[in-house]
Design a protein around this ligand. Structure first.
Ligand SMILES: Nc1ncnc2c1ncn2[C@@H]1O[C@H](COP(=O)(O)OP(=O)(O)OP(=O)(O)O)[C@@H](O)[C@H]1O
Ligand SMILES: [Mg+2]
Length: 422
C-alpha cells in the first residue's frame, strides 16, 4: 500500500485478479471516511495459462500478469510496488468454527472484578478459533468473525470495551492449498512486486457488489467466471458459507462448440451475441448463420434452438449453487436473495432463469460506489479486481497478514531448496 502522496484518510491500493479468461489489475484510491473508491487505472490481458485456479504455463502467465499490471500503471500514472492478489479454485474450502477464552483469569468469578474485553482478548480468541487441524499442504487464508458471544449475550459484532467472564468467537475460516497460493505469489513476485494480501476472489467480488443491507439481512454473492464459480453467503453481517465450483461460462461455450461443431472462439462470439439463459425468452424466428466448415454449406440456427443448450447448462450451474445454499442451511435467511456477478453473469436473461429455479430475488452485481473510470469498471467481470482494492486493514486482515507470512515463508523454503540443489 502506498500512502505517501495522499493524506491519511486516503490511500492507493492495487488488486490483481488472475482469472482463467482474463487477468485484471485495478489501481484505486480509497477514501477511508466515505468508503468510496476512485478507480485510477484498470489493465487487462487475455489469460491462457490458468484453469480452475491451477497454473498450466508459468512463463506465459508471468508475461500476461506483467501486461495487465503495466496497462494499469500507464492508465493511472501510479507505480505500484505491492498489491492484493485474488485466489480461487476448487481447492478453496470454507468451514465454520469457534473458540472461547476466559476474561480476567480466575478473578473473573467475582462479578465486581469482571474485566473489560481488550483488543488483545479479541486477538487471542480469534487465534484459538482458527486453531483447527489442517493437513500439511493447506494454509488458512481468512478468519472472518461472524459474531462474538459474551457469557450468554450473543450477536455481538464488536466486543472491545464490553465486560464479561467468557468471550467466544464464531468465525468462518477459509483455507487454500499451499502450493496453489505459493505458485501464484511467486509468479507476481518474479516481477518485483510484493504480494501484500492474498484474498479469496469470491470475497473480493462481494466487497464491491453487495451493500450493507444485503450483508446484514442475508444474500448470496455468486461470481460466475470462465472456469470457476465462487459462492459467498452473508447473513447478520458475517460470511456464513463459502464454496467454489469448478464450472463457469466456459462450459457453456464448450457445449455450443460441440453441439454446433464450430471452434471455441466462434462459439464464444455466438454465445455473447445470441444466447439467452431462458430459451422461452428467445425467438424461434430469429436465425443466425453459422460459419461454413470444411467446404460444407453455411447453416442457420435459431436463437431459440441455441438457447436450449445454454439453458440446460446454466440450469445445472444454478442447481449446484442452490445445493451450496442448502448445505449452509440458510435457504430461508436470504432476504435479499442472489447477486450474480463475474463475466458469466452477463449472459442474457440469466436473472430470470436464476429467479425461476431458486425462488429467490436475483439481481446482477456491478461494482458499486466507484468513481473515476466508471464506464468500463462497472462491468460485472471486474467485480473481483475492484473488490481486491477495497480490502481494508481490519482485525481479520491482521490474521491474514500472519498467514501471508506463512505462505511467504513457504516460498522462501522453496527458493532455498533450489539454491541447495543447484
Ligand atoms: N456478454 C456475455 N454473455 C455471456 N457470457 C459472457 C459475456 N461476457 C462474458 N461472458 C463469459 O464470462 C466468462 C468470463 O468471466 P470472467 O472474466 O469473470 O472470468 P475469469 O475471472 O477470467 O475466470 P475465473 O474466475 O473462472 O477464473 C467467460 O466464460 C465468458 O464467456
Ligand atoms: Mg474470476
Amino acid at each position: 500500500m502506498i500512502r505517501s502522496n495522499l493524506n491519511s484518510d486516503k490511500y492507493i491500493q492495487a488488486g490483481l485478479d488472475i482469472g482463467s479468461d482474463k487477468i485484471c489489475c485495478a489501481i484505486s484510491e480509497i477514501d477511508l471516511k466515505s468508503d468510496a473508491i476512485k478507480l485510477l487505472g484498470l489493465g487487462n490481458s487475455q489469460a491462457t495459462s490458468i484453469n480452475r485456479g491451477a497454473i498450466t504455463h508459468r512463463d506465459n502467465l508471468i508475461d500476461e500478469i506483467e501486461h495487465a499490471i503495466n496497462e494499469a500503471r500507464t492508465m493511472s500514472g501510479v507505480s505500484i510496488e505491492n498489491l492484493s492478489l485474488g485466489i480461487s479454485g476448487e481447492h478453496i474450502r470454507g468451514i465454520n468454527t469457534q473458540g472461547a477464552i476466559a476474561i480476567g483469569g480466575s478473578q473473573a468469578s467475582n462479578v465486581s472484578l469482571q474485566n473489560e474485553i481488550t483488543n488483545n482478548d479479541v486477538k487471542k480468541v480469534l487465534e484459538l478459533a482458527k486453531a483447527i487441524s489442517l493437513p500439511m499442504d493447506r494454509d488458512i487464508l481468512h478468519v472472518l468473525p461472524q459474531e462474538y458471544v459474551i457469557d450468554t449475550m450473543n450477536s455481538i459484532k464488536d466486543p472491545i470495551g464490553l465486560t464479561g467472564r467468557r468471550l467466544e468467537a464464531k468465525v468462518h475460516v477459509i483455507t487454500v492449498a499451499t502450493t496453489a497460493a505459493t505458485n501464484l505469489v511467486s509468479c507476481v513476485e518474479e516481477l518485483g512486486i510484493r504480494v501484500e494480501n492474498i484474498i479469496y476472489q469470491g470475497l473480493a467480488s462481494s466487497l464491491s457488489t453487495l451493500n450493507e443491507d444485503e450483508k446484514k439481512l442475508g444474500a448470496v454473492c455468486v461470481d460466475i467466471g470462465a472456469s470457476t464459480t465462487d459462492i459467498v453467503i452473508y447473513f447478520e453481517d458475517g460470511v456464513q458459507h463459502t464454496a467454489t465450483l469448478g464450472i463457469g461460462g466456459a462450459s457453456i461455450t464448450n457445449d455450443i462448440a460441440v453441439m454446433l461443431q464450430i471452434g471455441i472462439d466462434e462459439a464464444e462470439n455466438i454465445k455473447r451475441k445470441y444466447a439467452s439463459a431462458k430459451a422461452s425468452m428467445s425467438s424461434p424466428d430469429l436465425e443466425f448463420e453459422l460459419p461454413a466448415q470444411n467446404g460444407n454449406l453455411k447453416r442457420k440456427i435459431s436463437e431459440n434452438q441455441l438457447s436450449q443448450y445454454v439453458e440446460a447448462r446454466m440450469a445445472e450451474i444454478i442447481q449446484l449453487i442452490m445445493k451450496e445454499i442448502s448445505r449452509a442451511n440458510l435457504n430461508d435467511k436470504l432476504t435479499f436473495g442472489m447477486v450474480l456477478t463475474g463475466g458469466g453473469s452477463e449472459l442474457k436473461n440469466l436473472s430470470s432463469l436464476a429467479q425461476e429455479i431458486s425462488n429467490l430475488r436475483v439481481r446482477i452485481g456491478h461494482p458499486e460506489n466507484i468513481s473515476g473510470t466508471v464506464d468500463i469498471a462497472s462491468e460485472p467481470a471486474f467485480a473481483s479486481a475492484i473488490g481486491l482494492t477495497k480490502w481494508k486493514l481490519t482485525e481479520d486482515d491482521l490474521i491474514i497478514k500472519n498467514e501471508e507470512v506463512t505462505i511467504s515463508k513457504a516460498i522462501g523454503k522453496v527458493k532455498s531448496l533450489f539454491k541447495e540443489l543447484f
